[in-house]
Design a protein around this ligand. Structure first.
Ligand code: 13P
Length: 249
């Protein structure tokens, strides 16, 4: 039985003051909810949110991490630093990192290995095709190659800890959601790849989210799909009531 999991990705939004305001009102709305939820915030807001959500089951995630222990890597943050703050999740391989910050499947793989061997922080691995790849009918080829490279060398015990977020790049921040059927088809396909790489048990356990213009208006249809276990929400996670409406799909 996979428990639904809705995560917000704040990207580069919200100051500490704004994060605190969000946390105070979101905590009130979230009370008595049994759907798992988390907020992936900018690094400088993580300790504030861990503190604000203490005593609740709302998780906190980072949006990136480096794969080395420490060293001369200006601007980077290590797994140990995230662990010390007490974060629960870390997004890895978001398309914006792949596109603007030279993230590759090789670095994604190193980051997953580091998180899974040295912490209990669960990775949220983002995969997905761009518009030209979708128009050329190559979405499955692209996504299967990403998953194979990103999971290289991971055991099934490690693989089942990874939350996979299928985020078609053409649907991110565009208001253009993939149809529930398109999202379901790709999430089902991702599950078969995990089964081919590992086994049925692992593929049954792995949580697969859809991300890309998820909002209260389309959350029910998306979340009711069999192979979609959750959502990774950008813009709509910035407003407590909107994010809560998605969680209450
Ligand atoms: P939007 O929900 O704003 O389209 O962003 C999706 C996303 O990139 C989440 O990681």
């Amino acid at each position: 039985m996979r428990i639904p999991f809705i995560a917000g990705n704040w990207k580069m939004y919200k100051t500490k003051k704004e994060a605190l305001e969000f946390a105070e009102s979101f905590k009130q709305l979230y009370k008595d909810t049994d759907i798992r939820a988390a907020i992936c915030a900018p690094f400088t807001q993580l300790d504030t949110l861990v503190e604000a959500f203490r005593g609740t089951s709302i998780g906190v995630g980072a949006q990136n991490v480096h794969f080395e222990d420490e060293g001369a890597f200006t601007g980077e943050i290590s797994v140990a630093m995230l662990k010390e703050i007490g974060v629960d999740y870390c997004i890895v391989g978001h398309s914006e990192r792949r596109q603007y910050f030279a993230e590759t499947d090789e670095t994604v793989n190193l980051k997953l290995k580091k998180l899974l061997t040295e912490s209990a922080i669960r990775p949220i691995l983002c995969v997905g095709e761009n518009l030209s790849q979708r128009e050329a009918g190559k979405e499955k080829e692209v996504v299967s190659q990403q998953i194979e490279k990103d999971f290289a060398g991971l055991t099934s015990e490690q693989a089942e800890q990874i939350v996979i977020a299928y985020e078609p790049i053409w649907a991110i921040g565009t208001g253009k959601t993939a149809s529930a059927e398109q999202a379901e088809e790709m999430c089902a396909f991702i599950r078969t790849i995990v089964e081919e790489l590992y086994d049925e048990d692992t593929c049954d356990k792995v949580i697969i989210q859809y991300g890309g213009s998820v909002k209260p208006e389309n959350a029910t249809e998306i979340m009711n799909m069999d192979e979609i276990d959750g959502a990774l929400v950008g813009g709509a996670s910035l407003i407590p009531s909107k994010f809560m409406d998605i969680i209450n799909f």
